[in-house]
Design a protein around this ligand. Sequence first.
Ligand code: FAD
Length: 317
Amino acid sequence: MSVLAYIESEEGKFKKASLEVASYAKEVAQMLGTTVTGVTFNAEDVSELGTYGVDKVLKINNSKLKDFNAEAYADALKQAADKEDSKVVVVSQSADSKYLAPLLAVHLNAGYASNVVSIPESASPFVVKRTAFTNKAFNFTKISTDIKVVGVSKNAFGLKEVEGAATAEDFSPNLSEEDFSVNVTNVDKAKDKVTIADAEIVVSGGRGLKGPENWGMIEDLAETLGAATACSKPVSDMGWRPHSEHVGQTGKPVASNLYIAIGISGAIQHLAGINSSKVKVVINNDPEAPFFKAADYGVVGDAFEIVPKLNEKLKEF
Ligand code: FAD
């Protein structure tokens, strides 16, 4: 019996959220007195995973699984869980994992808890702490099925390095045509841009920037910091920025280490999407803007003066 960890990768690199999944799985495995088996899809060098607690890696190499496919991946993970007799399967809360986890839970006849931020204290009862109401509250959820699927929130648990090495084993799940009934035919991805979901740093602009022609300074700052760019809802509604950048209750959640909000008032619906970010910095010319109450650092002033100066300074480092 081992704890199964679904390890996602992108362009040959393991996603940080998946390394957190490995760290989480290790602690659960220690609590259960067992080991961690990671599952990778078309990954080459998996040696890094040992550092984050994976004892064995099942490497699935299949050209049909080059792009994420929820049904096929869920079936493959189910077969990996069967092979390893896994009672706990850990996934991240990436968009792919959120799609895949309920399918996997159905395959395994398992209970699924999402947005988990803690290690259960015992195997039985298996109770996990989860965020609720867009991170404004917590709940404690008991999973009482024999097999459990746990979705770990990004940045909640962190990376825990251990001394260890992972062994690798090739694994070929039996997949049928039914597993590929829904197929992604084309991925049109913005080149060289950090995506909001995976970004360590996000630079976000609001209506205070007056118009799309002023977004150059947001993009410049983001480039200096290696950050993703984001925006408030009205900004994307007005077509100043693409909807893919809209952050908040009705947009994307952001769980970055640093979130810089420029010319954004801090409406509750916006804050709902960024509560999981670790450090929030606000630049706003209105000292009464609600964002200052939610921020770790605030600069009161005109964004058009501050942002270019900040960018110049940062470039010196
Ligand atoms: P504004 O509220 O207009 O704020 C602009 C800010 O810029 C002000 O604080 C102003 O002081 C500052 N400013 C102006 N000039 C400058 C300057 N020169 N330098 C620095 N600062 C300056 N909003 C979201 O963002 N995400 C959501 O997901 C979302 N979902 C919603 C769901 C519902 C059901 C509803 C009703 C609303 C939702 N909203 C959402 C909208 C939300 O209520 C706010 O209206 C919106 O977040 C405001 O966007 P803003 O801060 O960019 O604009």
